[in-house]
Design a protein. Structure first.
Ligand code: BG6
Ligand code: MG
Length: 219
């Protein structure tokens, strides 16, 4: 029986995946690297420094910067990103998410955030949804990020549940791989191609319906 929902944040709860993309695109341009939306799919779900490494590799510039310079580049990206998330309000919940969270709460399902983002707690506060959640997995405490299953396994542990009693929701290919690796039912949000490994996928959050999800997860 499903007793918990483990949520990704960026691109599932709110549209910050777009802000991450725009901030990386502008940072990449400053160092002479072009990235597009197709390439960006690989950046979803992975940490800040891993994203920077992939961008540098994409531009054949992985040898051009010292660790210190890379830290500075990542900080520059994060500063621009933080500017975009400053103004987030509850209105920025993606379509269908407020209903989903409230229905899940009414049914006493446990809810945990499993986001790779260190900005997660601030965004949750701006969205005014922190109180609906039972916990947030601290990405800094993980041995390995997505696609490793650890973050979702930790999310289930926080709820005192077995992963098989939880559903994970994601918009990133790396995230779906992490949920599947945790032996949890995976719900994907995004294109059929990007979400092909998900147990159940919808094209956008407005199609997320709690009853359907629970039914698909075999309840
Ligand atoms: C994930 C995003 O949720 O968080 C990634 O999908 C992002 O794109 C990662 O790189 C880390 O976020 P932050 O806010 O710690 O730089
Ligand atoms: Mg995401």
């Amino acid at each position: 029986m499903i007793k918990g929902l483990i949520f990704d944040l960026d691109g599932v709860i709110t549209d910050t995946a777009e802000f991450h993309y725009l901030a990386w695109k502008s940072l990449a341009q400053k160092i002479g690297i072009e990235i597009d939306r197709e390439f960006n799919e690989q950046l979803k779900g992975i940490s800040r420094m891993e994203s920077l490494d992939l961008i540098l590799k994409h531009g054949n510039k992985e040898q051009d910067f010292t660790e210190e310079e890379k830290e500075a580049l990542a900080t520059q990206k994060n500063d621009e990103y933080k500017e975009s998330i400053k103004e987030i309000t509850p209105e920025d919940l993606l379509p269908g998410i407020e209903k989903l969270l409230k229905e899940a709460k009414e049914r006493n399902l446990g809810m945990v955030l499993a986001s790779a983002s260190k900005n997660g707690p601030a965004i949750m506060d701006n969205l005014q949804i922190t109180d609906l959640f039972d916990g947030i997995v601290d990405p800094a405490s993980l041995k390995a990020g997505k696609p490793d299953p650890e973050i979702f396994v930790r999310g289930a542990e926080m709820l005192g549940l077995d992963p098989s009693e939880c559903v994970g929701l994601e918009d990133a290919e790396a995230g779906i791989e992490a949920i599947n690796g945790a032996h949890m039912f995976s719900v994907g949000v995004g294109s059929k191609e990007a979400m092909k490994e998900a147990d159940y996928a919808v094209e956008d959050t407005s199609q997320l319906d709690l009853n359907t999800i629970l039914e698909k997860a075999g309840q």
